[in-house]
Write a protein that binds this ligand. Structure first.
Ligand SMILES: [Zn+2]
Length: 178
């Protein structure tokens, strides 16, 4: 097996199970993991799944101006992290409603990208094509502005993965609404 980077963005100092601070690192299943010496809980760490919505109309892509860190005021695809108890489609619908104030219909998956060791650690980004019920979008709680940009005139994007996803989307997907 190839050597894998430790991309943990925080250390485990206390056991969430029993409260003990006797946390040690041991190699389990080929990787160094934190294990509680008191109760034996092993802390498996996994990437965070997230979703973004891709809407391309007349060769223009829908972007939101960020109202939250990192990089408030920069632009990115609308989306966010999945919550427990929801499917990826439900996450797209919820996140888009929060950011652009519209109910969207998720279509097919356009692409999936993985960011390793970014601001949030390791993140899997699942990009859905989306249909908007109208163009009456409004910037929601986490967004300052929402608008379409021609591919050639896109602003600097917060996440490099979003640039890759948009590049692939323009190759693969055209979403039309009337
Ligand atoms: Zn414990």
């Amino acid at each position: 097996m190839s050597e894998l980077k430790n991309t943990d963005i925080y250390e485990i100092n206390y056991c969430a199970e029993c409260g003990s601070d006797e946390i040690e690192k041991k190699k389990i299943d080929g990787r160094e993991r934190s294990i509680c010496q008191n109760c034996g809980r092993v802390y498996y760490r996994n990437p965070i799944p997230s979703v973004v919505g891709i809407s391309i109309i007349n060769e223009e892509i829908l972007l939101v101006k960020r109202g939250v860190e990192p990089d408030i005021g920069s632009w990115c695809l609308p989306g966010g992290f999945m919550e427990l108890g929801e499917t990826t489609e439900e996450a797209v619908i919820r996140e888009l409603y929060e950011e652009i104030g519209l109910k969207v219909k998720p279509g097919g998956i356009v692409t999936i990208d993985t960011t390793i060791g970014g601001f949030y650690g390791d993140v899997v980004v699942i990009a859905y094509g989306i249909d908007l019920e109208s163009k009456d979008f409004i910037a929601g709680d986490d967004a300052l502005e929402v608008r379409y940009f021609p591919y050639a005139k896109m602003p600097e994007l917060t996440f490099y993965s979003h640039k890759l996803i948009i590049d692939r989307a323009f190759d693969k997907l055209k979403t039309k609404i009337n």
